[in-house]
Design a protein around this ligand. Structure first.
Ligand code: MN
Length: 490
């Protein structure tokens, strides 16, 4: 890797970028790491160069790429943070310092895992750029993992799968997520990896590619007739996600049908819906497998239409339909949100409500263990969207019930919940809600408060906390009543 390659990459997506800054950071990093070598035998500077290149691939701006070049200087060389601040200014010193802090974790075992997860989340809530640099750093370290001793290799692979990968998923950065997953899979389960690689890449992929190109041609002709511009590609699942599916569903490779999808990119969201119509007129849709992530985007902003149809010979075939912008978002997640701001400054401005939630969670739960538990409950889990009769959308974790929904709308609605209408039919308060359910809570204003038995089935920590709080308060009231009763008897 050379600095010229990085400069070319940046100039490609943003010509006025501050190239002088990148050259200056490079020259300083070369000087600082002079004489150091990686375990691969290469000069150390190759590592910051690769880190910077991965950042440039994510369309990061010049200060972030510069921070990527400098990220190991304070920890591994005689030049410390104040020098970086003097030479490169406050912002770059902040980025480099934050990345350095993230890697300093002295805990062991489970404690280590919790602490680093918490650190990552807080860093992320404060400034997403830090996490992106850390991701790029980790991805390059993973690529050279074979040079480390077995034990360390396993630890890093496991830590990556447990901490980095879920966060990359949360941020929607698939481009990094799948690469990390497949490398970790290869190191943690080498035999399964090789076996699947052989079955999938070697034996199956060609056959699938032929099938995909036939289906793509048929759809392409139909779209041409309607004059809808389009690009159709085959999209293969990567090995780790196939392996996960086999494990989760206890299936053999031959029983996993959705190892591929056809991706259709069309100019506007209007075209997406028209394309969906075309697909459904060519092949019979599987009713249960349609998802409209355009009208109801995923929490990380992902948008697309997904549909599975019975294709040639009744073969289940998934289509993902999206615009170029949605595609960019699907690859790079929050990193697709880099926005140009005055001059050559970008700003990362994703609309992520949960960065606020993370900070609030941290404020209310200074203890690491409860912080992580709640985080995993409310933010890490997959979500579903439920609608109020007025069409407001509420986001709930999978497995949520009408009581969770009631508390999500308002604590008083939860406390007074008496019954529920789900899609206009009478439902049960403990039943599990589904995506896009229309939910109307029936309240009883005279109801004293929540039923303690609800604690057995509610999923959100908001509902749990509200019910417990009420129980606590009414226990105090009962105690007080008992007290006054006793006083009366005296
Ligand atoms: Mn590094």
């Amino acid at each position: 890797m050379t600095i010229e390659q990085i400069i070319a990459k940046i100039a490609d997506h943003y010509p006025p970028a501050d190239i002088a800054l990148i050259k200056k950071a490079y020259n300083f990093a070369v000087k600082a790491h002079d004489g150091q070598k990686r375990l691969t035998g290469e000069p150390y500077i190759q590592h910051p160069l690769h880190t910077a290149f991965i950042l440039a691939q994510l369309n990061a701006d010049a200060p972030i790429v510069a921070a990527g070049l400098l990220h190991d200087v304070p920890e591994d060389t005689k030049y410390k943070l104040p020098t970086i601040k003097k030479l490169f200014g406050e912002d770059i010193a902040f980025l480099v310092g934050s990345v350095t802090k993230l890697s300093l974790i002295s805990y062991r075992g489970q404690e280590r895992y919790r602490e680093s997860l918490k650190k990552m989340f807080l860093a992320m809530a404060k400034d997403l750029r830090v996490i992106l640099i850390k991701f790029a750093d980790r991805l390059h370290n993973l690529r050279t993992l074979e040079y480390l001793p077995e034990e360390k290799r396993q630890r890093i692979a496991r830590e990556t799968l447990e901490i980095y990968v879920p966060i990359a998923g949360l941020l929607g950065i698939w481009h990094l997520k799948w690469q990390m997953e497949d490398i970790c899979f290869r190191h943690l389960h080498p035999h399964e990896y090789q076996e699947l690689l052989q079955k999938y890449e070697v034996e199956k992929k060609l056959e699938l590619a032929q099938y995909i190109s036939r289906a793509g041609r048929e759809l392409g002709t139909a779209l041409d007739e309607l004059k809808i511009n389009h690009e159709i590609n085959g999209r293969f699942k990567h090995l780790y996600s196939i392996w996960q599916k086999m494990n989760n569903k206890q299936r053999k490779f031959d029983e996993i049908y959705d190892v591929f999808a056809l991706r259709v990119i069309v100019p506007t969201s209007d075209d997406c819906y028209r394309t969906l119509g075309v697909i459904h007129s060519l092949w019979k849709p599987n009713n249960n497998r349609f998802k409209d992530y355009i009208a109801l985007p995923k929490p990380n902003g992902y948008q697309s239409l997904h549909t599975t149809v019975f294709g040639e010979e009744g073969r289940a075939t998934e289509f993902q339909i999206r615009t170029p912008q949605m595609h960019e978002q699907a690859q790079y997640g929050v990193a697709a949100y880099w926005n140009y701001k005055e001059g050559n400054k970008y700003q990362l401005t994703p609309n992520l409500h949960w960065t606020q939630e993370i900070l609030a969670l941290q404020k209310d739960n200074p203890d690491t263990q409860t912080f992580i538990q709640k985080l995993q409950l409310d933010i890490f889990n997959d979500h579903l969207f439920v609608l109020t009769p007025r069409g407001d959308v509420h986001e709930l974790p999978l497995g949520a019930t009408p009581i969770d929904f009631a508390y999500a709308v308002h604590t008083e609605i939860g406390n007074k919940a008496k019954g529920v209408l789900i899609n206009n039919k009478i439902g049960r308060l403990d039943e599990i809600l589904h995506n896009n359910d229309l939910v109307e809570i029936i309240i009883d204003k005279k109801q004293a408060g929540p039923d303690l038995a609800w604690l057995k089935f509610v999923k959100t920590s908001k509902a749990k906390a509200a019910i417990r709080q009420y129980a606590h308060r009414s226990a105090l009231v009962r105690l007080a009543k008992l007290q006054s009763l006793r006083d009366w008897w005296k």
